[in-house]
Write a protein that binds this ligand. Structure first.
Ligand code: PLP
Ligand code: CA
Length: 304
């Protein structure tokens, strides 16, 4: 919103912010949970916001699960009242984009996994899995499908050189769309380990082809457009809550929402402050309007 301030807020200041909002959009990993562990207090926050009549939505760049598996994850972690319709994942939104916006007349070549496959199948979008062919096969002797009209790249922990090579061949045709579920560079795992994100796979193909992928997930506004078209949500009375400045906070700002950084995930208050203090005006878009330690800080002001 106006006058992005990176303002650390608590107590009644949080109430004042929430009072002006009809909808709250939560990023998942780093905000609602960390891996398989719910953020302390998050289950109560979600229930109480709903009880107060707020729309609550979940926007995740994690394309590895179909939405029905997110419903199960929410329930496993103690969230009792989250419906599939409230979950907007980069896999689901990619399927919606291919079906309703791109209306691809042909098949999609997918670098990804179960989450992407399931959402594409449910949306009725024809695709081929970028599966590895016989061991020993190279790009010159493996068959290509002349009906491929788009390449979709998401997180793929079974990535092979041959999948990348096939995608490169398809993308030589300028009429073949180039889509990415999300641009995330890496993700924290347990015990200090990290995993490369979808963005790093997309970057390999961007280098190889000289093309730029169209991003579907945060920070692109398409995810918000999906929510708005299904629920008639207005960005000016919506709040985006996230843990990563370069995806969540930029997403909120791109879509015209007020933004809130929580410190339970990737980005730090120092990084937010550094964007605020940067001389370059184009860095201001990464500055959150508000900062809280955790969404559990909502509890004292919504408990009544
Ligand atoms: N993609 C993958 C493969 C992940 O493991 C994660 C987080 O764990 C994400 C994306 C980011 O998810 P979110 O947007 O909910 O933070
Ligand atoms: Ca996150």
């Amino acid at each position: 919103g106006a006058g992005r301030g990176c303002q650390k807020i608590r107590g009644s200041q949080i109430r004042d912010v929430l009072d002006t909002k009809h909808s709250v959009l939560f990023d998942c990993d780093g905000v609602i949970w960390n891996g398989e562990k719910a953020v302390a207090g998050a289950t109560e926050v979600v229930s109480l916001l709903k009880k107060q009549g707020k729309n609550v939505f979940f926007v995740t760049n994690n394309c590895t699960r179909p939405r029905e598996n997110y419903v199960q994850k929410f329930s496993r972690l103690g969230f009792t009242d989250v419906a599939q319709e409230e979950i907007f994942s980069s896999a689901y939104c990619s399927a919606v984009y291919l079906r309703d916006v791109a209306k691809v007349q042909g098949k999609v070549f997918v670098i990804g996994g179960h989450g992407v496959y399931k959402e594409l199948r449910e949306a009725g979008v024809p695709f081929v899995e970028g599966e590895a062919d016989d061991p020993g096969m190279t790009i010159v002797d493996c068959p290509l499908d002349s009906d491929i009209k788009a390449v979709l790249v998401g997180y793929d922990d079974k990535l092979t050189f041959l999948k990348l090579a096939k995608a490169c061949c398809y993308l030589q045709n300028d009429d073949c769309l180039f889509l990415a579920t999300d641009p995330d560079p890496w993700h924290p795992l347990r015990e200090g380990r990290v995993t490369p994100g979808s963005g790093s796979l997309t970057a390999a193909l961007e280098t190889a082809t000289g093309r730029k992928a169209t991003v579907i997930g945060k920070p692109s506004c398409f995810m918000f457009e999906c929510i708005a078209s299904q629920f008639g949500v207005d960005p000016t009375n919506s709040l985006m809550v996230g843990d990563r400045l370069e995806t969540d906070i930029l997403f909120g700002a791109n879509c015209g929402m007020d933004t809130m950084l929580t410190l339970t995930g990737v980005s730090t208050l120092e990084e937010a402050q550094a964007y605020k203090d940067d001389q370059a005006p184009e860095k201001k878009i990464y500055v959150p309007d508000y900062v809280v330690d955790t969404i559990a800080d909502f509890l004292p002001v919504i408990e009544d």
